[in-house]
Ligand binder design. Sequence first.
Ligand code: PMV
Length: 339
Amino acid sequence: MPRSPPGVAACETAPNIALIKYWGIRDPERNLPYNSSISVTLDRLRSRTRVRFRPGLTADEFRLNGVRMGGGPLGDVRRFLDRVRDLSGVTDHAEVRSTNNFQTASGLASSASGFAALAGAATLAAGLDLSPRQLSQLARLGSGSACRSVFGGFVEWRRGTRPDGRDCYARPLFDEHHWPELVDVVAIVANAPTKVVRSASAMQASVRTSAEFARRQRELPARIDALRRALKNRNGPALFALIMEECDSFRRVCETTTPSLNYLTRTSREVLEAVRLENAVRGEAVAGYTHDAGAHVHVFTLRANATRVRARIQAIRGVSATHVLHAGPGPRILRVTRG
Ligand code: PMV
């Protein structure tokens, strides 16, 4: 890990949407998951983070979309910077400025892109030159899903089996040009509640209390293999059926958690129903839904069906907007200046 004096660096990353969900931590200290997960890094949505280590600063500062943050978000950033200081030997505190061009904490995975961007910018500003694998492992410690946003395209986060977590990191499966016909129509649901319980705590409640959790773990290896195959063969109907099965399994675990975790609004449920109906009318899966720990719904379909699917979703009362997204590139380094 070559080092040079600390300075300033900026990095831009994209959120990812999980097709196979990470839900459950087997080692909270190292943030090691129970199961592997697969995601698509998205285009158009972006987090930009600039980190400047400043001698004389008495504490780390964090601004998100121009607003000075305190409490939990600041604590998370400070803990993360401590790890970067440990790795690099830098002792200065840092100024962190982040912007998202999309809603924060709404189920559009701002923590994934946020921590991936912070990992990229903070390590470069600290003079570290990490490999993508090392960066993925570091980002994982900020937020599990962030380890996947270190790559573009279709990404698998392998759970690994080692207790020290050295075999637990994300790796690219296919790049963003692999399947250009695949479209993600995101239904933005009006009045989506802001996340109150962090996903990392919510999933641990599921591990402890949901009777569905163990069953889901047993089903996952076969579903992950099938999903990898569907992506490789660019098989739309197979992919759409699998992501709905997976999303329903994730939701069952959430709903059977005590206290119950309900991320969807009535509008979100109408979007799911519209997709089921469209598939029933067409006689095959022409689209598939998925959602994370939030109310917005991602509807995957093929370009030939995108206009129709989008119009169908946009017509649902309570859907305030739809975004048409695709697989997008990995992180971009915007600026590195040594101190
Ligand atoms: O990375 P976290 O701690 O925000 O958890 C993400 C959990 C899900 O978004 C629901 C699933 C996933 O794999 O991204």
